[in-house]
Design a protein around this ligand. Structure first.
Ligand SMILES: [Zn+2]
Length: 435
């Protein structure tokens, strides 16, 4: 069954959520109207006073890429949502911008050593992590404005980064890292058998090599390092090790088993976990935190499959006996609000020019619609992507006379006169029911 429908009164105060069938009836009797489509919110014009009878719990399972949300009423899970963050994209575009800026500003200057007395303010989080917090907070606020939520329950998971690396670790070993008693190079020589890991050369100077290249976000962590001769190091460059060794599957397997899993997502969750609770406490007086172990225990006992929103539904004590009333979580993808760059950059960090020598503007603004608007429109005739009919899609690019959308993976442009209506204007998210 679908998610229950949010309901607000004519003063926009939250009312009890309603069954989708009841929502359809209210609309056909002209008692309520659509306030918002994703997620579905009704505005009840017959109800002037907030009269709630039920208690709602908002449950959150914060993750590095996906955050699950579930709303519980009594023992029923009436609403599920999965939010996909775009932390990695933010990191990539900021790294790119910093690279342009650094090269542009230092290109014709003498070398200056790095300033040492710069500190970050307390509580500072990297933009990619702050984005996770901000979007989670936005959705808590939205739910609270549409639904009388009394309690927020959050899974407060802490990953033991050393344990992820070595499940057997205990006691004193925590203070004795991988490098205990070694220098980095000695350790690597010992670990990889004093030879080039890619070609097996022994009597040649070996260089420290990043298995996942630094340019692709690989870290300096000891697990990501290996030794290679200069020739192999240059040959591999920034390629993925899977591509570089695609013809040597055995060697690839050996390297991948020796290189531990990346910890970036686990540390992203670790560093934001208290901040999420802090923000939730500013919005709701009753915030409870639960361990990740309890979530798993509940999920296994109830015999449910793992998904982000089911994990959220299984958070906390109240999840011991729940009924999932919804089979279809709403999938929300963070898309951002475009760019603030006034002019696009070329490869050297200078303004990119078009054929006539004019700077290329990144965002062309047309009055009729903008990128990210959800439109319901008519395809007047058959196209390669889809047959004629009525479709709903997110605008990819506004064009001079209309808009361009993606249907079945292909770009389709349509004139604005075939627009039936805007479902809603760009709010930085895309909404789906299946990934
Ligand atoms: Zn080699």
């Amino acid at each position: 069954m679908q998610n229950y429908v949010f309901q607000i009164d004519s003063n926009k105060q939250p009312l009890d959520m309603v069954h989708p069938a009841r929502a359809r009836k209210l609309q056909s009797q002209q008692k309520a109207k659509t306030f918002r489509t994703y997620p579905y919110v009704l505005i009840n014009s017959n109800c002037f006073e907030t009269a709630n009878t039920k208690e709602y719990i908002l449950k959150i399972d914060p993750g590095a890429t996906w955050t699950g949300f579930a709303i519980q009423c009594g023992q029923d899970i009436v609403f599920r949502m999965e939010l996909k963050h775009r932390g990695q994209l933010i990191k990539e575009s900021l790294t790119k911008r910093a690279g342009f800026r650094r090269s542009r500003r230092t290109r014709k200057l003498r070398y200056r050593p790095k300033r040492f007395n710069r500190s970050k303010p307390q509580g500072w989080l990297a933009p990619s992590l702050r984005h996770r917090l901000d979007t989670t907070e936005t959705w808590i606020k939205r739910f609270m404005s549409w639904c009388p939520i009394q309690t927020i329950e959050i899974e407060l998971v802490r990953f033991d980064l050393q344990k992820l690396d070595n499940p057997e670790i205990s006691g004193q070993e925590y203070q004795q890292g991988t490098l205990f008693g070694y220098e980095v190079r000695e350790y690597l020589l010992e670990k990889w058998g004093r030879q080039c890991v890619y070609c097996g050369a022994t009597n040649t100077p070996l260089q420290i090599e990043h298995i996942k290249a630094k340019a692709n976000g690989g870290s300096d962590r000891i697990g990501n390092l290996t030794l290679a001769c200069e020739h192999c190091n240059i040959a591999k460059g920034t390629q993925d090790v899977r591509d570089f060794l695609q013809h040597k599957p055995n060697l690839l397997k050996k390297i991948l088993t020796n290189a531990p899993k990346p910890l970036a997502s686990a540390s992203a969750v670790n560093s934001t976990r208290f901040a999420i609770v802090k923000r939730a406490k500013q919005l709701c007086s009753d915030v409870k935190c639960w361990s990740g172990g309890r979530t798993k225990h509940n999920r296994v006992n109830l015999g449910l499959l793992k998904s982000h929103s089911i994990d959220a539904a299984c958070v906390g004590e109240s999840a011991a006996e729940i009924n999932l009333l919804t089979e279809q979580p709403l999938i929300v993808l963070c898309k951002g609000h475009g760019t603030r760059q006034a002019v696009r950059c070329n490869a050297s960090g200078f303004p990119a020019l078009d054929k006539s020598g004019q700077p290329i503007k990144p965002k062309i603004i047309y009055r009729h619609c903008c990128a990210g608007d959800l439109v319901k429109f008519r395809l007047d005739k058959d196209r390669k992507a889809a047959i004629a009919g009525v479709y709903t899609a997110r605008v990819k690019t506004p064009t001079k006379n209309g808009f361009e959308v993606k249907l079945n993976g292909l770009r389709v442009s349509q004139n604005i006169k075939f627009l039936e209506r805007f479902i809603h204007r760009n709010d930085g998210y895309d909404y789906l029911f299946t990934v």
